[in-house]
Design a protein around this ligand. Structure first.
Ligand SMILES: C[S@@+](CC[C@H](N)C(=O)[O-])C[C@H]1O[C@@H](n2cnc3c(N)ncnc32)[C@H](O)[C@@H]1O
Length: 196
Protein backbone atom coordinates (compact mmCIF):
# COMPACT_ATOMS: atom_id res chain seq x y z
CA UNK A 1 0.00 0.00 0.00
CA UNK A 2 1.13 3.52 -0.89
CA UNK A 3 2.22 5.53 2.16
CA UNK A 4 3.86 2.73 4.10
CA UNK A 5 7.35 3.94 4.96
CA UNK A 6 6.78 7.60 4.10
CA UNK A 7 7.60 10.37 6.59
CA UNK A 8 4.07 10.43 8.00
CA UNK A 9 4.17 6.66 8.50
CA UNK A 10 7.48 6.98 10.38
CA UNK A 11 5.96 9.62 12.62
CA UNK A 12 2.87 7.47 13.32
CA UNK A 13 5.11 4.57 14.31
CA UNK A 14 7.24 6.88 16.48
CA UNK A 15 4.17 8.31 18.21
CA UNK A 16 2.77 4.82 18.82
CA UNK A 17 6.04 3.73 20.41
CA UNK A 18 7.05 6.85 22.34
CA UNK A 19 4.11 9.20 22.68
CA UNK A 20 0.88 7.21 23.11
CA UNK A 21 0.55 8.62 26.64
CA UNK A 22 0.01 11.98 24.95
CA UNK A 23 -3.43 10.56 24.14
CA UNK A 24 -4.06 8.85 27.47
CA UNK A 25 -2.45 5.61 26.27
CA UNK A 26 -4.63 5.41 23.15
CA UNK A 27 -2.95 4.42 19.90
CA UNK A 28 -4.17 4.60 16.31
CA UNK A 29 -4.85 2.11 13.54
CA UNK A 30 -1.15 2.32 12.79
CA UNK A 31 0.43 0.92 15.95
CA UNK A 32 4.05 -0.18 15.97
CA UNK A 33 4.33 -1.03 19.66
CA UNK A 34 5.64 -4.46 18.63
CA UNK A 35 5.86 -6.52 15.46
CA UNK A 36 2.85 -8.69 16.22
CA UNK A 37 0.64 -5.66 16.86
CA UNK A 38 1.89 -3.93 13.71
CA UNK A 39 1.12 -6.99 11.57
CA UNK A 40 -2.35 -7.27 13.09
CA UNK A 41 -2.99 -3.59 12.43
CA UNK A 42 -1.62 -3.83 8.90
CA UNK A 43 -4.23 -6.44 7.99
CA UNK A 44 -6.94 -4.06 9.24
CA UNK A 45 -5.43 -1.08 7.42
CA UNK A 46 -5.35 -3.02 4.12
CA UNK A 47 -9.00 -4.01 4.58
CA UNK A 48 -10.00 -0.41 5.38
CA UNK A 49 -8.07 0.78 2.33
CA UNK A 50 -10.00 -1.59 0.04
CA UNK A 51 -13.38 -0.74 1.58
CA UNK A 52 -12.72 3.01 1.39
CA UNK A 53 -11.76 2.76 -2.28
CA UNK A 54 -15.00 0.91 -3.02
CA UNK A 55 -17.20 3.35 -1.06
CA UNK A 56 -15.32 6.48 -2.19
CA UNK A 57 -16.89 8.83 0.40
CA UNK A 58 -16.34 12.56 -0.05
CA UNK A 59 -17.20 14.03 3.35
CA UNK A 60 -15.89 11.99 6.24
CA UNK A 61 -15.96 12.63 9.97
CA UNK A 62 -13.68 10.98 12.48
CA UNK A 63 -14.32 10.76 16.21
CA UNK A 64 -10.90 10.48 17.86
CA UNK A 65 -8.09 11.96 15.74
CA UNK A 66 -5.29 10.58 17.93
CA UNK A 67 -1.91 11.03 16.14
CA UNK A 68 -3.50 10.95 12.68
CA UNK A 69 -3.38 7.38 11.36
CA UNK A 70 -6.82 7.71 9.73
CA UNK A 71 -5.73 10.92 7.96
CA UNK A 72 -2.66 9.08 6.65
CA UNK A 73 -4.92 6.26 5.39
CA UNK A 74 -7.29 8.66 3.60
CA UNK A 75 -4.45 10.58 1.92
CA UNK A 76 -3.11 7.27 0.64
CA UNK A 77 -6.46 5.90 -0.49
CA UNK A 78 -8.81 8.59 -1.84
CA UNK A 79 -8.26 11.15 -4.59
CA UNK A 80 -10.76 13.64 -3.24
CA UNK A 81 -12.06 13.90 0.30
CA UNK A 82 -12.71 16.30 3.16
CA UNK A 83 -12.07 14.90 6.62
CA UNK A 84 -13.38 16.67 9.68
CA UNK A 85 -11.80 15.10 12.73
CA UNK A 86 -12.16 15.81 16.45
CA UNK A 87 -10.26 14.90 19.58
CA UNK A 88 -10.22 16.10 23.17
CA UNK A 89 -6.39 16.21 22.99
CA UNK A 90 -5.09 19.49 21.54
CA UNK A 91 -1.82 17.74 20.56
CA UNK A 92 -3.66 16.17 17.60
CA UNK A 93 -3.63 19.60 15.92
CA UNK A 94 0.14 19.55 15.44
CA UNK A 95 0.01 16.02 14.00
CA UNK A 96 -2.68 17.01 11.48
CA UNK A 97 -0.66 20.11 10.61
CA UNK A 98 2.36 17.92 9.88
CA UNK A 99 0.30 15.48 7.78
CA UNK A 100 -1.39 18.19 5.67
CA UNK A 101 1.97 19.87 5.09
CA UNK A 102 3.65 16.62 4.08
CA UNK A 103 0.97 15.80 1.47
CA UNK A 104 0.75 19.49 0.48
CA UNK A 105 -3.03 19.54 0.76
CA UNK A 106 -5.57 20.83 3.25
CA UNK A 107 -8.04 17.94 3.12
CA UNK A 108 -8.03 17.39 6.87
CA UNK A 109 -9.58 19.81 9.32
CA UNK A 110 -9.02 19.32 13.05
CA UNK A 111 -11.51 20.29 15.76
CA UNK A 112 -10.34 20.37 19.37
CA UNK A 113 -13.72 19.21 20.62
CA UNK A 114 -15.35 16.31 22.33
CA UNK A 115 -17.60 14.26 20.03
CA UNK A 116 -20.74 15.64 21.66
CA UNK A 117 -19.92 19.26 20.82
CA UNK A 118 -18.54 18.28 17.41
CA UNK A 119 -21.61 16.30 16.35
CA UNK A 120 -24.44 18.42 17.70
CA UNK A 121 -26.10 20.44 14.95
CA UNK A 122 -23.82 19.05 12.24
CA UNK A 123 -24.93 17.32 9.01
CA UNK A 124 -23.58 16.21 5.65
CA UNK A 125 -21.24 13.27 6.34
CA UNK A 126 -21.10 10.39 3.89
CA UNK A 127 -19.21 8.28 6.41
CA UNK A 128 -18.40 8.51 10.12
CA UNK A 129 -15.38 6.70 11.58
CA UNK A 130 -16.36 6.19 15.22
CA UNK A 131 -13.22 5.67 17.25
CA UNK A 132 -13.18 7.94 20.30
CA UNK A 133 -14.16 7.20 23.90
CA UNK A 134 -14.71 3.43 24.16
CA UNK A 135 -16.75 3.38 27.39
CA UNK A 136 -20.12 1.66 27.11
CA UNK A 137 -22.21 4.55 28.47
CA UNK A 138 -20.47 7.06 26.22
CA UNK A 139 -20.83 4.84 23.17
CA UNK A 140 -24.55 4.47 23.89
CA UNK A 141 -25.01 8.25 23.69
CA UNK A 142 -22.52 8.93 20.92
CA UNK A 143 -24.16 6.63 18.38
CA UNK A 144 -27.42 8.56 18.91
CA UNK A 145 -25.68 11.93 18.39
CA UNK A 146 -24.32 10.50 15.15
CA UNK A 147 -27.77 9.23 14.16
CA UNK A 148 -29.22 12.72 14.71
CA UNK A 149 -26.88 14.01 11.96
CA UNK A 150 -28.45 11.45 9.54
CA UNK A 151 -25.05 10.14 8.44
CA UNK A 152 -25.94 7.09 6.30
CA UNK A 153 -22.94 4.94 7.20
CA UNK A 154 -20.88 4.53 10.37
CA UNK A 155 -17.81 2.38 10.68
CA UNK A 156 -17.14 1.45 14.28
CA UNK A 157 -13.65 0.52 15.35
CA UNK A 158 -12.90 -2.06 18.05
CA UNK A 159 -16.21 -3.83 17.52
CA UNK A 160 -14.60 -6.83 19.21
CA UNK A 161 -14.70 -4.89 22.53
CA UNK A 162 -17.84 -5.87 24.46
CA UNK A 163 -18.20 -2.28 25.75
CA UNK A 164 -18.59 -0.98 22.22
CA UNK A 165 -20.98 -3.68 21.04
CA UNK A 166 -23.13 -3.48 24.16
CA UNK A 167 -23.21 0.32 24.04
CA UNK A 168 -24.41 0.30 20.43
CA UNK A 169 -26.83 -2.60 20.83
CA UNK A 170 -28.49 -1.12 23.91
CA UNK A 171 -28.68 2.43 22.58
CA UNK A 172 -31.83 1.79 20.55
CA UNK A 173 -30.11 3.14 17.44
CA UNK A 174 -31.51 2.63 13.94
CA UNK A 175 -28.04 1.82 12.61
CA UNK A 176 -28.00 -1.85 11.70
CA UNK A 177 -24.98 -4.07 11.34
CA UNK A 178 -24.27 -4.66 7.66
CA UNK A 179 -21.03 -6.64 8.07
CA UNK A 180 -17.74 -6.81 9.92
CA UNK A 181 -14.09 -6.81 8.92
CA UNK A 182 -12.63 -10.33 8.59
CA UNK A 183 -11.13 -10.19 12.11
CA UNK A 184 -14.36 -8.79 13.58
CA UNK A 185 -12.62 -5.59 14.65
CA UNK A 186 -14.59 -3.09 12.55
CA UNK A 187 -18.38 -2.98 12.10
CA UNK A 188 -20.04 -1.43 9.07
CA UNK A 189 -23.38 0.01 10.14
CA UNK A 190 -26.10 1.48 7.93
CA UNK A 191 -28.94 3.74 8.87
CA UNK A 192 -32.27 2.07 8.15
CA UNK A 193 -34.60 3.99 5.89
CA UNK A 194 -31.92 6.29 4.39
CA UNK A 195 -31.00 5.93 0.71
CA UNK A 196 -27.25 5.53 0.12
C1 LIG B 1 -8.20 4.73 19.55
S1 LIG B 1 -7.78 6.43 19.47
C2 LIG B 1 -8.30 6.92 17.85
C3 LIG B 1 -7.50 6.35 16.72
C4 LIG B 1 -7.73 6.98 15.37
N1 LIG B 1 -9.12 7.24 15.12
C5 LIG B 1 -7.18 6.16 14.25
O1 LIG B 1 -7.95 5.79 13.33
O2 LIG B 1 -6.00 5.85 14.25
C6 LIG B 1 -9.02 7.19 20.47
C7 LIG B 1 -8.94 8.70 20.53
O3 LIG B 1 -10.17 9.20 21.00
C8 LIG B 1 -9.92 10.38 21.73
N2 LIG B 1 -11.11 10.65 22.54
C9 LIG B 1 -11.46 10.17 23.76
N3 LIG B 1 -12.64 10.66 24.15
C10 LIG B 1 -13.08 11.47 23.16
C11 LIG B 1 -14.25 12.27 22.97
N4 LIG B 1 -15.20 12.33 23.89
N5 LIG B 1 -14.37 12.97 21.83
C12 LIG B 1 -13.41 12.93 20.87
N6 LIG B 1 -12.28 12.19 21.00
C13 LIG B 1 -12.12 11.47 22.12
C14 LIG B 1 -8.64 10.05 22.50
O4 LIG B 1 -7.97 11.22 22.91
C15 LIG B 1 -7.86 9.24 21.46
O5 LIG B 1 -6.97 10.04 20.74
Amino acid sequence: MKGIGDKVWDRLIWNSQHNRMGWGGNAGIVDGINEEELNRFLIKVEWLHTELKALNPKTIWEIGTNYGSWSWLLYNTLEEFHLLTCDIVEGSREEIGFINEYYQKENVEFFHQSSEAFLKGRSGADLVWMDGNHEEEWVKREILWIEATKAPIVWIDDWSWWEIRKGVEESGTNYKLDRMSPNGDVAIMRLEGVSQ
